[in-house]
Design a protein around this ligand. Structure first.
Ligand code: GDP
Ligand code: MN
Length: 385
């Protein structure tokens, strides 16, 4: 789950990670009020969307006066902000963060992430802060420091020193930086984060360190033990079909192609996407209704896929184990009767109660294309497209 910068900074504050003073605003007047409350100018007016690269896209502006704060707030609120992370369609800005402007002596990059290769946690840092870190990694990888931490023993003094010295921080800032990094690590672990990124982390003229930007991703699989963080979820920032699917516990991810898929089991869904591509078509989504899906879940899965306008054909690939084929077929028929199908639907079904399932589909009067196996199904759906 992604959260906004202002929410991430709220978390930072509560874990003792220094951030500038600031407040969130949902209107221009609120932004001006927030600016006034900061006790001086410049202030920074920042678009709050779930994507980075806002500065380059015109979503972060330094205002030298109240009048400028008003102008920038007015410009940024309601704009469709396009950055390298939003895609060309951009993202509508509905809220702002207004912060006390800082005098920057130097910008750094600092992040903590789960490293699957070492089954541990890795701290990444660089003196090349404020820039696109992917670019730094691609062109000058030696400028990125990586320090691995064993999650069982946790962060130690030597980890903190390795990063602090590696960044070439002045002596006067090292103690504060060590405290910051230690607190950041605690925040990461306590909240089951998958990524925590500060770009830039700044050194001020008086040798203080502070998080000027904040990105926090929380592992969605761990949300059950972070009910307090659920209030941070912003449905406006999520794909509407994915939000709808999450209501029914469907594992659904929207993709770019035009073949809608309904599959039971993540492995089978991956294999189905591969075989669709092999047949020369492109999957429009990943939809795993799960091993133990009910007819109602199947019905919702089908309905959600049909809501997607780019879907020009549907491939249903079911291996009936715990999910019996007859239960599945009932779900498909119910959804089709409610929504009405106007596009080709290819069905490949095997496993428990397959004959019963096929009978339900055959007697439903629905115009379905039957496939004998996976390869046949993929070819038929590609041909239908
Ligand atoms: P991003 O572009 O989405 O990553 O947004 P950031 O929060 O990183 O802001 C973009 C850039 O704005 C930063 O890299 C800074 O250079 C600049 N910036 C943000 N806040 C301040 C500030 O308080 N003072 C100054 N001088 N620059 C700032
Ligand atoms: Mn940034």
């Amino acid at each position: 789950m992604k959260i906004h910068e202002y929410q991430a900074k709220e978390l930072f504050r509560s874990f003792g990670v220094p951030v500038p003073d600031g407040g969130v605003a949902f209107s221009v007047d609120e932004a001006v009020d927030a600016a006034k409350g900061l006790g001086g100018y410049p202030v920074v007016v920042k678009a709050q969307i779930h994507a980075g690269g806002r500065g380059k896209g015109g979503g972060v502006k330094l205002a030298a006066s109240e009048a400028e704060a008003r102008t920038f707030a007015d410009e940024i609120l309601g704009m469709t902000l396009v950055t390298h992370q939003t895609g060309p369609e951009g993202r509508l800005v509905k809220k702002l963060l207004v912060e006390a402007g800082q005098e920057i002596a130097k910008e750094f990059y600092l992040s903590i992430l789960v490293d699957r290769a070492t089954a541990g946690i890795v701290i990444m840092a660089s003196q090349e802060g404020g820039m696109d870190i992917e670019e730094v990694a691609a062109t000058t990888p030696e400028k990125i420091i990586k320090v691995r931490v064993d999650p069982l023993t946790g962060i130690q003094g030597y980890h903190l020193r390795e990063v602090g010295f590696g960044l070439g921080l002045p002596k006067a800032a090292l103690k504060e930086f060590s405290a910051l990094l230690k607190n950041l690590y605690t925040l990461f672990v306590k909240n089951d984060c998958s990524l925590l990124e500060i770009n830039p982390l700044i050194l001020t003229k008086d040798d203080r360190v502070m998080a000027l930007d904040a990105k926090v991703d929380i592992d969605s699989n761990a949300m059950f033990r972070h009910k307090d963080l659920l209030e941070y979820r912003d449905l406006d920032e999520e794909d509407p079909l994915e939000v709808e699917a999450s209501k029914y516990n469907l594992n659904y991810i929207n993709l770019d192609g035009n073949v809608g898929n309904i599959v039971n089991g993540a492995g089978l869904a991956m294999a189905t996407m591969d075989i669709i591509k092999n047949a020369g078509a492109e999957p429009a989504n990943f939809m795993d209704v799960g091993g133990g899906a009910t007819a109602e879940m199947v019905e919702n899965a089908f309905r959600i896929i049909l809501m997607d306008e780019k879907v020009k054909a549907v491939l249903i690939n079911i291996f009936g184990g715990i999910l019996r084929c007859d239960v599945f077929a009932e779900g498909v028929v119910a959804a089709a009767q409610k929504t009405g199908i106007t596009i080709p639907v290819v069905v490949r079904m095997e496993g428990t109660n397959v004959e019963k399932g096929k009978k339900i589909l055959a007697e439903s009067g629905l115009n379905l294309i039957n496939a004998v196996d996976l390869k046949d199904a993929a070819e038929k759906v590609a041909a239908a497209i």
